[in-house]
Ligand binder design. Structure first.
Ligand code: ATP
Length: 393
């Protein structure tokens, strides 16, 4: 047995609180055991986030692959015909994280991967711990904020994206929930994370992020055309629109109508809250939300944009209504995410009807229904094969 095969997560980390759950994962806080033994006082460096990507049973990992730090590990190969969707997601996230370590890290605005362990339960990614909370949670904790503060957020996301895109990585699922602050200090960096649906240039996969909210999904992703770095810029445009108004740009009473508006790039600045927003910010949003991908600025362009660097971003506090609306939008999103997570993790809730009604539509696209079907398949497999008790709580 090689040295790496004997490495166990529990030898090196004490796993403590659950930080969150994703569709295919559980994230827990970990403390380096060496730091406990050595009574190392610098807790920041010794606390990590451990993201466990659970593998379904029923397939044998093929040959060994090199991990980024040269250890041999047995990881699944990429063959969409032989592996299930969650294996595909699991593999994808590891491939992308490895590319990040090789080509991007360390970067202030991209989550850092420290180590990878593999055991019967799946793969454990040891990640930089972000204890500062989600982007929108921190914003709404303030009574009011300024365009300038929003520009700092956009600058940080653009900086992370510029590095990822330079390494030919497309995030493909950029949304505020995937942007976490490193710590609770006022000047904390914002980190882009969750690369489960990302792609690297020589590694195209068939998974499209259409499960759950489509608020941040670009027209080309919706219409199954090529998803590229420009698609991330669209998502950033949506985040910016919400930051400055508290509402998403494409709203409609049904999912289908929302899709049509996204495909047509049909948004406006008619709400009274836009009256006081600078022309420069609105112009930037209009460019980012161009249906034609070539018209969107790149992440590097953004880092030179006068509004993004703070020159033309207003320093006066925006209307308090923006925070109120953002609070409502964020609360609705959380409720919906929690409901979906509970349905996904509950055995009682294998019924399509209930999840469909939670997703708020009789109007799901074929693609979404297919994604639901795959999720249900996964839940069924969980019911039969579950080994990690945390997934069953
Ligand atoms: P999905 O994987 O289905 O897209 P997700 O993005 O919520 O869902 P994860 O990336 O697994 O899934 O994260 C689950 C939760 O764990 C997140 O909501 C986040 O709050 C928390 N989390 C993830 N990574 C970290 C981290 N490095 N530090 C602190 N908390 C984290």
């Amino acid at each position: 047995m090689s040295r790496i095969e004997r490495r166990k997560l529990s030898d090196d980390y004490e796993v403590v609180d659950v930080l969150g759950r994703g569709g295919f994962s559980i994230v827990r806080k970990g403390i380096r055991k060496s730091s406990i033994r050595e009574k190392n006082q610098n807790q920041n460096q010794n606390q990590v986030a451990i993201k466990t990507l659970r593998r379904l049973g029923g397939y044998t990992p093929p040959g060994p692959l090199q991990t980024y730090h040269g250890h041999k590990k047995r990881l699944p190969s990429w063959n969409q015909n032989q592996i299930s969707i969650s294996d595909a997601l699991l593999t994808n996230e590891i491939v992308v994280m490895r590319r990040i370590v090789e080509k991007v890290s360390p970067h202030t605005n991209v989550i850092n991967l420290y180590d990878v362990y593999e055991d019967v339960d799946g793969v454990h990614l040891v990640l930089e711990l972000c204890s500062g909370g989600e982007l929108f949670d921190r914003i709404i904790a303030q009574e009011r904020y300024s365009e300038f503060e929003a520009s700092v957020v956009v600058q940080q996301i653009a900086s992370g994206l510029a590095a990822l895109h330079k390494a030919n990585i497309v995030h493909r699922d950029l949304k505020p929930e995937n942007c976490l602050f490193l710590d609770s200090s006022a000047r904390s960096p914002l980190k882009i994370m969750d690369f489960g649906l990302s792609s690297v240039e020589d590694h195209t996969d068939p998974i499209i992020a259409l499960f759950g909210s489509i608020d941040y999904v670009s027209p080309e992703a919706l219409s199954r055309r090529e998803v590229s770095a420009a698609s991330d810029m669209w998502s950033l445009g949506v985040i910016l629109y919400i930051l400055l108004s508290g509402c998403p740009p494409f709203t409609a009473s049904t999912n289908r109508e929302k899709q049509q508006r996204i495909l047509a790039g049909d948004f406006n600045f008619e709400d009274p809250t836009w009256k006081t927003i600078s022309f420069s910010a609105k112009d930037l949003i209009s460019r980012l939300l161009s249906v034609e991908t070539y018209k969107r600025p790149t992440a590097s362009d953004l880092l030179k944009h006068p509004w993004v660097i703070g020159d033309s971003a207003k320093e006066e506090l925006m209307d308090s209504e923006v925070v109120t609306k953002l609070q409502r939008f964020n609360a609705r999103r959380k409720l919906r995410a929690a409901a979906i997570a509970s349905v996904l993790s509950s055995k009682v809730a294998l019924r399509t009807k209930r999840l469909k009604s939670l997703l708020g539509s009789n109007d799901l696209t074929t693609e979404e229904i297919e994604n639901l079907r795959l999720h249900f398949k996964r839940i069924c497999a969980n019911g039969e094969n579950a080994t990690l008790s945390e997934f069953e709580e």
